[in-house]
Design a protein around this ligand. Sequence first.
Ligand code: ACO
Length: 429
Amino acid sequence: MTDKATLVVGDQRYDLPIVQGTEGERGIDIRKLRDQSGLITLDPGYGNTGSCRSAITYIDGERGILRYRGIPIEQFEQHPNFVEVAWLLIFGNLPSREEYARFSAELTGNANIDESMKHNFQGFPRAAPPMAILSAMINALSCFHPELHELEGPDQLEAAAANLISKVRTIAAFAYRRSHGLAYMYPDPKLPYAANFLHMMFSQPYNEYLCDDRVRDALNLVLILHADHEQNCSTSTVRMVGSSKANLFASCAAGVCALWGPLHGGANVKVLDMLETIHQGRMTPEEYVRLAKDKGSKVRLMGFGHRVYKSVDPRAVVLQRTAERLLAFLGTDDPLLNIARRLEEIALSDSYFVERKLYPNVDFYSGIILRAIGIPTNMFTVIFAIGRLPGWIAHWREQNESPDGKIARPRQIYTGNRETAYKPRDQRG
Ligand code: ACO
């Protein structure tokens, strides 16, 4: 197979090396293109642009494959442990028993936020969007940990990762408590990661929330299946901010903002809105699908379609199974699950969706699980952020340690005015 591509522009020829990844995907290395030819490439939305080499997550969108550090995500279904997956993504291997015990202890030791940070929560209006609070509070957290701004070596990275992964869960739960006017519940050092989060969300000073193992496992799976997805919008944001040597807190706070948008992490809220609309009888599933196909309507079947997956999103498959299992255990007959099943059935037998290769994505079933656990819709994207944090940290680290890790600074094709003279104000109309 050839190891170079030749670009012909007029009578000039430019040889460009071809790089290959471990799974055989190939790309043209254009790093010297501008120096040699004066030309740049134009790719709005970056659909054809590789921004880095990465060893963290592999996706094959045609075959519906997603692997973390080589491990297919389906294999975590039998071992739903978010802490293990966080370590795997950040440090590259499943933790040994000693590493797991140490990291778990660090998470427990870091669960409390500085007491004075409670005042920051009080400063937000009760109706503040939890994603705004999360981003602001991650930046505020950096003020309390200047010792973690410049990380020297893996030990300090481990300390910063444990600090952020643990505290982000406390911040998320406190944001929820603030919005409901409830007393903040402190983390319980006896509880593992996911159960501790649910305790901080739902316990009352006079009534402890007892987390069933099946609920804990379902939340672990939701977090695991959101933990990384290579160069998506928020992860690319974290890498870009980190490329200026901004610290890990600042970079992850920026990632939260990118995730907030409805075309990215915010889509899980829109799926629930859609299911609610159908449930409240304003439309049947058939009518909704008809509208989603109508180009004049601007309605889309939310939770369907993906830029990368042109077959089934493997996360959606695991999440559907998890939703069915959890609801059966809880004895909940959620009408929204029936509506979701019906929408999927209609869409997958409709040539519009089949021809465009539109399948359920990660957001289609995740909301049903979160709702069954009792998490309100406006917290869904926050849960996504808690899950995605280890991925952001892993990418921040990889970018920071990469020999290719320059400051990210794309070029542009300028389309504005040619040189124009300044006109003093008294000469303007
Ligand atoms: N419902 C109806 N039609 C759709 C849908 C949908 N959900 N998704 C895509 N299409 C159609 C488009 O109208 C377009 O049709 P056309 O070729 O006749 O013009 C075709 O399928 C291709 O769609 P694009 O928008 O070009 O695909 P793109 O890769 O840019 O968008 C996206 C992917 C944003 C996910 C899109 O499928 C969508 O809007 N889905 C609904 C929102 C959603 O679920 N987002 C979550 C994504 S997962 C995540 O970020 C975690």
